[in-house]
Write a protein that binds this ligand. Sequence first.
Ligand code: MIC
Ligand code: SF4
Length: 751
Amino acid sequence: LDKKVRQNIWEDNNFINYKKMSENLAVVRSRLNRPLTYAEKILYSHLDDPHGQDIERGKSYLKLRPDRVACQDATAQMAILQFMSAGMDQVANPTTVHCDHLIEAQVGGERDLARAISINKEVYDFLSSACAKYNIGFWRPGSGIIHQIILENYAFPGGLLIGTDSHTPNGGGLGMAAIGVGGADAVDVMANLPWELKAPNVIGVKLTGQLSGWTAPKDIILKVADILTVKGGTGAIVEYHGPGVDTISCTGMASCANMGAEIGATTSVFPFNDRMYDYLAATKRKDIGDFARGYASELRADEGAEYDQLIELNLSELEPHINGPFTPDLGTPISKFSQAVKENGWPEELKVGLIGSCTNSSYEDMSRAASIARDALDHGLKAKAAFTVTPGSEQIRATIARDGQLKTFEEFGGMVLANACGPCIGQWDRQDVKKGEANSILSSYNRNFTGRNDGNPATHSFVTSPDLVVALTIAGSLHFNPLTDKLKDKDGNEFLLKPPTGDGLPVRGYDPGNDTYQAPPKDRMGVTVQVAPTSDRLQVLQPFQPWDGKDVKDIPILIKAKGKTTTDHISMAGPWLKYRGHLDNISNNMLIGAINEANDEANKIKNFTTGDWDAVPAVARDYKKKGIKWVVIGDWNYGEGSSREHAALEPRHLGGLAIVTRSFARIHETNLKKQGMLPLTFADPADYDKIKPDDKVDILCTQLAVGEPITMVVHPKDGKSFEVPLQHTFNEAQIEWFKNGSALNTMAKTA
Ligand code: MIC
Ligand code: SF4
């Protein structure tokens, strides 16, 4: 039991330390004296100080020591730029960088990849040289999507990983607590500071029964999202358990854990079981599986562990679901979907079906999807709607190329895109509809906010299992229910599609495909990292100004945002992804998607100094030039969605002081604090309605103290001033970030 087992096949000196983890747990157990959930066991076994750490679910801030860090290319640039300012010569904890977000889908995998490599050369060179210099594993463009690579190579039961992408929880499919964070959090761990997380509550999801027929693992999370809504998981880890768990493949569990991001959960975990063992064995890590078996009792919940909330799902009764449009928590079972399409006037024709993404591109997903396409082909039918496939990794692509699924998709009329995010993040040169034209698309992805996939706000984007994507693509209509509706074959005879079938793991093993990994060189002394001062894609960061110690009086509301304000509204992806390493340039997208309460329009706000209506970034720049700080007023779950810290860096860079909302999404709130902003919430959410876009406010920053409210004085344009009490979640250390101007400034000061 005291073996030396490597974390993965790529790194020689990083081991799994189950012994230490269970010693830590013993300490915590003797203190808490109660049964623990699996989520707690993973977290507490990674405590920096198991003896002294305060532990109260939902209250204490835990200081943790993660096993690994992972970054994708769109967030790694800013993370590495920040790490560089810490002045260390290598990362203190195992770290990898993955090139997946910057590849635009246009004409198909190979050519799209080649084009991306040339367009993004400067960024890729920067990342590859920085990885070589700082001892970071680098996965080149074409290797696949970060979360798929992590599952195939780096995740292990009981481990703790942080990743600069909100779908990092995908690793929960292998029993890991894999948590999405902003780049600045990743930098802490890269620099060997403990990582801080408010001790999460634990939501139990008990699975009974068994999946069958058209119901896929994805339907579990589609249903859970429908129950819990986009903010229902905030501050909590979702822990699946119960006999139904053993009926789901490891990659199927990963799909559920992945999309847990959509309910705001800190992460989702499944207990270690034989399905995980089989997956580990199939991905060259049988030794880890055996090691985990030796510690199996620590890799699941204790008998009698209690959950803060419990949901029960009987998989035998679960129907396939389709969620959307515009939000991932609007779930409709397939039996009611056609009716919902009619009632809501959603465009009936299915224009495009898209499978793949980090959520659903396992061998099992591809095999099941191909079985449906094959059934259609056998009846002389092809895809009626356009159809795309994004394999999650080079290994998946090579394996389905060898085993025939890829050929089936092509015969079926599909376009196979690069092993990358592609249309999931708006990297999609879509040509079949015009901007503004209402239309429907259906994907096996996880997120479907307005405009996300193609930049068209009129596109109704729905998410579902790959199985239903393929089935509805054959019919080309949102009214088709493959469980009950017949199709006509080439001779006009009616037939029912067969329910999907497919192997969970490839019988002939995985084919690794092309070599896409760059290990850090042994001799790293000679490596230099270049950032050209003239670059429009990369910019060295300048430290933010510290707080001047005073209250801030009579400042404008830049925008009072109404309704959903996701990170896609605050810092849009798609065409803006290219500026992720250049703070000033990317700031030109700040809040351009947020809806202004004053006129119900996006990107049109009043500059109070001139009375002119202008774009949000332009007004903010004008205020900044004039030395005027500003605040944003926001609604519920502000900053929902992505981990991108640009959504916090941009307001800071353009002179913002505070973001005042009804509530925040976890990652975004932390990102704001890290950059020296004040994320504040209305003590009484109803006060949101009392604020008008033209009001001025005072923020009494000098009141900032742990657990104490802080006052905002509102000066209406006409009328009497009034006070609004605000809350915050700053702890002692985080208050220093605000005072010093940022977490990074604080790190520099104490170094
Ligand atoms: C996303 O799915 O929205 C992204 C793009 O993967 C983001 C990360 C980013 O914005 O770079 C995420 O989910 O964190
Ligand atoms: Fe990429 Fe989409 Fe997954 Fe985000 S959700 S990592 S954009 S595939």
